[in-house]
Design a protein around this ligand. Structure first.
Ligand code: FEO
Ligand code: CA
Ligand code: CA
Ligand code: CA
Length: 607
């Protein structure tokens, strides 16, 4: 029964130690279960998963691969039904297909499976009795269930770049209707119940970049598309199945990816949208907060070494409630507004030596400006039109001198304090060779372990063009002097490396999941108070199996359930279906899956 255990908001759980187990580990007193995993039925009537006979058609109805973002959106008012919305970022063909040798040797059917295993899933789930456990609803009651794929699903562009010359292709001469979504990484649930999803490393899916017009090559190269070789070394060669992935023939196709996607899970027939007003880069995700004046503000990171932090402020205002008038208004909020990039100033710049030593004023901190790039059809960047700025946003950020960060991943505002938290996952190139050296916001050269960046908007106004910032956590082994946990007693802090996604419980504790733990243990999920005397008391809440990263996370509004996505279990060098590095979750081949964790006594998570 709920309500027995713990004080809401307290993080009194006993942290779990670092480990390298091939299992999902939770603290004493907690339980967990797999909600859904790769190959499970999503669309009613999906064939049962068959490792030996996978088809693109079957996969397009089954749960995709490499689940990343997890959103749990209440369905109805009872609190016991919800829509689970999940991103499927990429595929590990060597762990998916028996007998895998090289990407080159994949059959066209296997490529179709991989394409259909990308995208998103919408799955109706329900709570088990009154516990914190959730399961997929019975067959026959899955009216909302939906798969969105890289290969088939039609999208709609919105915003100022829609129809611009950059987005037109032979198949879509009006530049309005891209097909599919790629490399969907993190995301966010909007206040109006939709999901935003970031198209991240879309560059890797294209070939023929060597043959794009010469004047375009620097732009494409800035987005990581190879412009020197027809086939980059790790190419998936999807052009074998869909010619549009060949930039020699369809140079603009790449411009149709790298956007923030909005999906309305309550309308399975709706066409998902790509919002050009939010710019194009390697979008990690986007999280929205309603500003005091009613406009909505989306915070976003561009996950690349030395790339930037962005925010978008809508023109129109949010309308509360779920009337059709409010819904229609809110669904249009991300279609027009102003896009900004962050430029920082530093308090103790002269004291930063790249070792991570805390400045003498006791904090890594400073101020910053949101530099306006484009507002509607008006560009604020010299030599670039509004469409140029929106389609080649990285170049606009370069021109205005935005601050180069250590790989901005998930960026999310706390609904409790209004402060914004961003995971800078790592940047081993910081200060190496001719690369930018450490600064106060990215204070370690060869930054292996990453840090957390906190933004406080001036006057608490999310539409403000100026802010202050600080680093509450500089990650690593707390025994390492180049780490910082807001001054908290480091002997009580769990080691953490490579923060990727952030989330909050209802009281505003910060939950951080990791990807690529450079301390050697498995990745996991951590929680820390971010205000008050316990600020910086970071503790490890769970770990995921060998080779996996921890994605999601999502804590339900009642603080009874924490969802995480176990992404790429068994992704270790040399692993294959025949020689797996993980057997999670079935004891069979490794399968990415979404897991829910809850307290056995029904109490509050973490308390
Ligand atoms: Fe897909 Fe930035 O992690
Ligand atoms: Ca990520
Ligand atoms: Ca998040
Ligand atoms: Ca990552």
């Amino acid at each position: 029964k709920p309500g027995n255990g713990g004080t809401k908001g307290k993080l009194d759980f006993k942290p779990i130690p670092p480990n390298t187990l091939d299992s999902f580990v939770v603290p004493n007193g907690y339980d967990h279960s797999v909600v859904i995993k790769w190959g499970d039925e999503v669309v009613p009537g999906a064939p049962r998963f068959d490792l030996a006979k996978q088809t693109g058609k079957a996969q397009s109805k089954q749960f995709g691969y490499n689940n990343d973002f997890v959103g749990v959106i209440p369905l109805g008012r009872g609190g016991d039904k919800a829509l689970l919305v999940v991103n499927h970022e990429y595929t590990n063909e060597n762990l998916m297909f028996p007998g895998f040798t090289t990407l080159d040797a994949l059959s066209t059917e296997q490529i179709k499976v991989a394409m259909a295993a990308h995208g998103l899933s919408v799955v109706e789930i329900e709570r088990v009795d009154e516990t914190g456990e959730w399961v997929v609803v019975d067959r026959g009651r899955r009216a909302y269930n939906r798969r969105i794929t890289a290969s088939e699903t039609a999208f709609q562009f919105t915003g100022p770049a829609t129809g611009s010359a950059w987005l037109r292709t032979a198949a879509d001469p009006r530049g309005t209707t891209p097909i599919g979504t790629l490399n969907n990484c993190a995301g966010g649930v909007t206040p109006w119940g939709t999901v935003l999803s970031g198209e991240e490393n879309f560059n890797q899916y294209f070939v023929g970049g060597d043959a794009v017009p010469a004047e375009l090559k620097p732009r494409y190269a800035r987005y990581g598309i190879s412009t020197t070789a027809r086939y980059p070394s790790d190419s998936r060669k999807w052009d074998r199945v869909q010619e549009r992935f060949d930039l020699a023939k369809h140079p603009n196709e790449a411009n149709r990816f790298g956007w923030i996607v909005e999906v309305d899970p309550f309308d399975p027939e709706s066409k998902p949208r790509k919002h050009t007003a939010l710019g194009r880069f390697k979008h990690e995700g986007a999280n929205v907060i309603v500003a005091k004046n009613g406009k909505v503000v989306a915070y976003m990171g561009d996950d690349e070494r030395f790339d930037y932090l962005y925010k978008f402020v809508s023109d129109k205002k949010y309308i509360a409630g779920d009337s059709s008038y409010a819904r229609k208004n809110n669904l249009s909020l991300l279609e027009s507004g102003t896009l900004y990039v962050a430029k920082l100033s530093y308090t103790s710049a002269a004291e930063i030596d790249g070792t991570g030593k805390l400045p003498s004023d006791g904090a890594f901190n400073g101020t910053g400006k949101w530099i306006k790039l484009v507002s509607g059809n008006k560009s604020f960047v010299d030599g670039m039109t509004a469409a140029d700025v929106l389609v080649f946003t990285r170049l606009a950020g370069d021109k205005v001198g935005a601050t180069k960060m250590d790989r901005p991943e998930d960026v999310q505002p706390s609904l409790v304090t209004g402060k914004i938290y961003a995971a800078m996952t790592n940047n081993t190139n910081r200060g190496v060779g001719t690369n930018a050296a450490a600064d106060e916001a990215n204070p370690r050269n060869a930054n292996k372990h990453g840090h957390i960046f906190e933004i406080t908007e001036d006057r608490g106004d999310h539409t403000s063009e100026s802010f202050s910032w600080a680093l509450p956590i500089v990650c690593g082994d707390p025994a390492d002097s180049a780490t910082y946990f807001s001054g908290y007693d480091k002997t009580k802090v769990s080691p953490i490396s490579c923060p990727d996604n952030v989330a909050f419980d209802s009281t505003g504790n910060l939950w951080i999941s990791t990807d690529g733990n450079a301390l050697g243990g498995n990745d996991g999920l951590f929680a820390t108070p971010i205000e008050g005397p316990e600020k910086g008391h970071l503790k490890q809440f769970l770990t995921v199996p060998r080779g996996a990263e921890t994605c999601g996370p999502f804590i339900t509004e009642d603080d009874r359930s924490v969802f995480v996505a176990v992404q790429h279990p068994g992704e270790l060098t040399g692993a294959s279906v025949e020689n797996p590095a993980s057997n999670w979750p079935d004891g069979d081949i490794a399968k990415p899956g979404v897991v829910v964790t809850w307290r056995r006594d029904g109490g509050f998570i973490g308390a």
